[in-house]
Design a protein around this ligand. Sequence first.
Ligand code: APR
Length: 233
Amino acid sequence: MKVVVLTGAGISAESGLATFRDADGLWEGHRPEDVATPEAFAYDRALVQRFYDERRAALARVQPNAAHRALADLERRLGDDFLLVTQNVDDLHERAGSRRVVHMHGRLRHVRCEECGARLEWEGTLVDEPPCPECDRPALRPDVVWFGEYPYGMDEIHAAIEQVDVFAAIGTSGVVYPAAGFVDYAHAVGAHTVALNTVATGGDFHTTYVGPATEVVPRWVEDLLAGRLAALD
Ligand code: APR
């Protein structure tokens, strides 16, 4: 049984990391569209660097939750038949034990040099424009995919979905493409599709688990492994 899971900000909400489009809709006082774009970076570089510095620092104050851990358990059970695709730039999946993770929107604890292209792990801040460890020029930016930029890992993601039996979307509002279109690919190859969210999201999924991720993700993993998902009979 091949499984692909797509996660969004909702899986990290109960760990204390803000989602993008929930009630407040603002993100530390900024709309994502106002800071997560190349134009915003060109217009006010320091604001955008500071915005990501704050979010990178926040990672030290949060922990993975039961939903992250349940997906790490599922990977241990399924091995290469499992792929986790996340839109999240936090590292909570890895800290919960997941290894086969595609960060299609990049990662907060990584930076990219605009001059030499180096992609490096990074714990500190960027607002002071530190020199690139590879080329020494002050050209480091968050290694995060902004609106209008091409996501990472698309070939790997499409190759996995072409073979998938079960596709699950966890904690994502399904409004940002290309991730929002993965469920359509899964339907096209005859997969069983599952949505896990606090609200019954849009998008036509065969099965929906409504509730907080820390409750519904462990339950779904248990149902899946016990073969209780009807479509897999
Ligand atoms: N458990 C499960 N789902 C939750 C929880 C929770 N505790 N809390 C919120 N949610 C759901 C919301 O109902 C919503 O559907 O998580 C989803 C969060 O949606 P968004 O805030 O839009 O986040 P996401 O779908 O990850 O956004 C996709 O948009 O801004 C860009 O690049 C950014 O990766 C991000 C992309």
